[in-house]
Design a protein around this ligand. Sequence first.
Ligand SMILES: *[C@@H]1O[C@H](CO)[C@@H](O)[C@H](O)[C@H]1NC(C)=O
Ligand SMILES: *[C@@H]1O[C@H](CO)[C@@H](O)[C@H](O)[C@H]1NC(C)=O
Length: 283
Amino acid sequence: MKALLFTCILVPWLTAALARRFDQNSQLIPGSLPGRELNGYFSDNLKSKRARRALPPADEPDESPIPDGAAAIDLPTCLLCVCLSGSVYCEEVSPDMTTVPTLPKETAYLYARFNKIKKLAAKDFGDIVTLKRIDLTGNMISEIEDGTFSKLTMLEELSLAENRLVKLPMLPAKLTSFNANHNLLKTKGVKANAFKKLTKLVNLFLANNQLEAVPHIPESVRILHLQNNNITDVNKDTFCKSNSTYYLRLSLNEVRLDGNPAVLSKYPDSFTCMKVLPSGRYR
Ligand SMILES: *[C@@H]1O[C@H](CO)[C@@H](O)[C@H](O)[C@H]1NC(C)=O
Ligand SMILES: *[C@@H]1O[C@H](CO)[C@@H](O)[C@H](O)[C@H]1NC(C)=O
């Protein structure tokens, strides 16, 4: 009975709400898909969901992302944002979104770019251990509570680019990509071992900050962006090991140090373990 009510009343209403939202967006975002196409896409998606709900096959469990019992909790976020099988898209939400919305259980991908989120609290992602990717690019985040990310054991990609961070939070061990470009990070806000335990880290983006030194870079890193910081020197232990001439750092194949005060030609022995020279000032 409850499911029938949901299907007959809530779903058409949800479809209409989404349609309205995409009509608005298509006018607001230059170059976005025409409203009708998106309407078609989302209403088709909902229609097929409705069809599945109307005739639940006896031998197949209903895998729709909004279980009846949870509908009351999940609907507000999924009306404000767009929820599609494990992904939540909350981009440029209006009215202004200043905190992380309550996420549906089992969210794997969260895109909350270009909002006005100021602070991340430990409870924001508390029990959503299914998260694999979080993109918070272009918010106003200046504070992140301890433990906000540390329990997210499946998290692989995290972007905090274009925010107002002066220090970094504890990062979870499985990260492969971390982006904090365009923040206000100084070396004292980046703990010496901030990246040390991230043994799967491949991309590390820390460009356009105010770092004074190169942080400890895990062996696994392939792409390192540190351009446009305030790095004044590099030494033999920054990338290589001064006490071992046999040491090779083979993974690292793109290092950007341009836009820093350091003159790299002053440190001829600092890059001997690497396959490529960093980009940057040599004169
Ligand atoms: C860069 O570092 C120097 C000290 O090495 C400091 O005087 C200067 O204010 C720093 N610049 C910025 C933009 O942080
Ligand atoms: C080389 O230096 C590292 C620290 O930079 C140290 O852990 C290691 O034990 C040193 N090895 C030798 C042979 O001195």
